[in-house]
Design a protein around this ligand. Structure first.
Ligand SMILES: Cc1cc2nc3c(=O)[nH]c(=O)nc-3n(C[C@H](O)[C@H](O)[C@H](O)COP(=O)(O)O)c2cc1C
Length: 335
C-alpha cells in the first residue's frame, strides 16, 4: 500500500520537478524517509521502478488499442511481423546497451511503438491520405547521405585495406551497373573480376610503374573491356529492331569498335558509381598497356580492355589531395 502511494507521489512530484528530493516525495506520500528507503534503496531504484511502470502502462495501452479481428488487414500485418518481433526487441536492447538508442523506455515498448508506426504508415499508404501516386515525392531526389556516398565525398582510392571483398558484393556491383543506358540498349561493357594474387600477377607487368603497387594491394581488380561483337546480342536486348541492327553492324568492325568504346565508357561511369553504391571504393586506371592485357587475358575473344579498376575498402592514407572541379560557370552553358 505504502509502495503504491510512494510511486504515485513520486510520479507527481517528479513530473512537476524532475529534481524533487526524496524527502519531498516521502512527505507528499505521507510516509517517513525511513519508510521510503525501506522500499527503494536509492533515488535510482525509485526511478527505475517508475520507468518500468511507465513501460508497462504503454504496453497495456497498445494492447488495449488493438481489438483482435477488428481490422483483418492490420492483424495480417501483425501476424507477418510476429517472427521478427523478438529480433527487433533484441536489436533494440543491444542498441540501448551500447548507448546508441535512448534507454528511457524498455526495448519491448520501443519495439511496439515501431510496429505501430509501421502500421500507421501502411494505413496512410493504402488509405490514399498520403498523395504520391507516382512515388516521385519519395524518390525524386537522392538524400544527402546518398549524394555524399556516390558523389561529393566519394574518392578515388590508391591504397586499400586488407578487408576481403566477396563475390556477393561483386555481383551486386554488376546488378546495379547493368541498368546504365546505352545506345539502342547495346550494352558492350564486359568485366573480368580478378580476385587472387596469382590472378593479378600476369596483369602487373602491363601496368604503368606507378599503378603496380596499389593494384597488388587491392583485394579485387576489375578489368573492364568492351565486346566488339556486342551486335550479336542485339536481337535479345533490343527485340523491336535488334535483328536489323545485328545485320547492319555485321561487316562494320570499325563502326562497332567506336560504338562499343563510347558506350562502354558511359557504362563504366555507372559501374564506378555502382562500386560506391555497394559500399566499396574504386581506383580506376587507364595507365596500362591495352594490347598486352588483351593478349594476356582476352586472346582469341572479342573483348578489348579499356580500363583497370582496383576495388576494395580504403586503407591508410588512401587518397591524394582532392583536386579542383570545373565550376558550373565554366562548364555549363544555358540556352
Ligand atoms: C579513366 C580514368 C583513368 C585514370 N587513370 C589513372 C591512372 O592510370 N593512375 C592513377 O593513379 N589514377 C588514375 N585515375 C584516377 C584519377 O586521377 C582520379 O579519379 C581523379 O584525380 C579524381 O580523384 P578523386 O575521385 O579522389 O577526386 C584515372 C581515372 C579515370 C576515371
Amino acid at each position: 500500500m505504502n509502495r503504491r502511494r510512494l510511486l504515485t507521489a513520486a510520479r507527481q512530484k517528479l513530473r512537476d520537478n524532475p529534481d524533487a528530493s526524496l524527502d519531498s516525495i516521502a512527505l507528499a506520500a505521507g510516509v517517513t524517509r525511513r519508510t521510503l528507503y525501506g522500499h527503494f534503496s536509492s533515488r535510482q531504484a525509485l526511478i527505475a521502478e517508475l520507468t518500468q511502470e511507465a513501460g508497462q502502462a504503454l504496453h497495456e495501452a497498445f494492447a488495449a488499442a488493438r481489438i483482435p479481428g477488428a481490422d483483418p488487414k492490420q492483424e495480417a500485418i501483425r501476424a507477418a511481423l510476429e517472427p521478427a518481433r523478438d529480433e527487433a526487441v533484441a536489436a533494440l536492447r543491444r542498441g540501448q546497451h551500447e548507448g546508441v538508442f535512448a534507454s528511457h523506455l524498455p526495448s519491448p515498448v520501443l519495439a511496439q511503438a515501431l510496429e505501430a508506426l509501421m502500421l500507421a504508415l501502411a494505413e496512410e499508404n493504402t488509405g490514399y491520405t498520403w498523395t504520391d501516386p507516382t512515388g516521385e515525392a519519395a524518390a525524386s531526389v537522392l538524400d544527402d547521405a546518398g549524394q555524399k556516398l556516390l558523389f561529393t565525398e566519394a574518392r578515388t582510392v590508391n591504397n586499400f585495406a586488407a578487408t576481403v571483398v566477396d563475390d556477393d558484393e561483386l555481383s551486386l556491383i554488376w546488378d546495379l551497373a547493368r541498368w546504365s543506358p546505352s545506345a539502342a540498349n547495346g550494352q558492350p561493357l564486359r568485366v573480368l573480376f580478378v580476385r587472387t594474387r596469382e590472378g593479378k600477377e600476369p596483369l602487373i607487368p602491363h601496368l604503368d610503374e606507378g599503378n603496380r603497387a596499389k593494384t597488388l594491394g587491392a583485394p579485387v581488380v576489375a578489368v573492364l573491356a568492351y565486346d566488339v561483337d556486342f551486335h550479336e546480342q542485339m536481337p535479345a536486348v533490343f527485340p523491336a529492331r535488334g535483328e536489323m541492327l545485328r545485320v547492319a553492324f555485321a561487316d562494320q568492325i570499325e563502326k562497332r569498335e567506336s560504338v562499343a568504346a563510347y558506350n562502354s565508357a558511359l557504362q563504366t561511369g555507372v559501374f564506378l558509381l555502382a562500386v560506391r553504391a555497394a559500399g566499396l571504393a574504386a581506383g580506376p586506371m587507364a595507365g596500362f598497356n591495352r594490347g598486352g592485357v588483351d593478349e594476356e587475358f582476352f586472346a582469341g575473344t572479342s573483348w578489348r580492355s579499356h580500363l583497370v579498376v582496383n576495388i576494395g575498402h580504403p586503407g591508410t592514407d588512401p587518397w591524394f589531395p582532392r583536386l579542383p572541379r570545373v565550376s558550373v560557370v565554366d562548364a555549363v552553358a544555358w540556352a
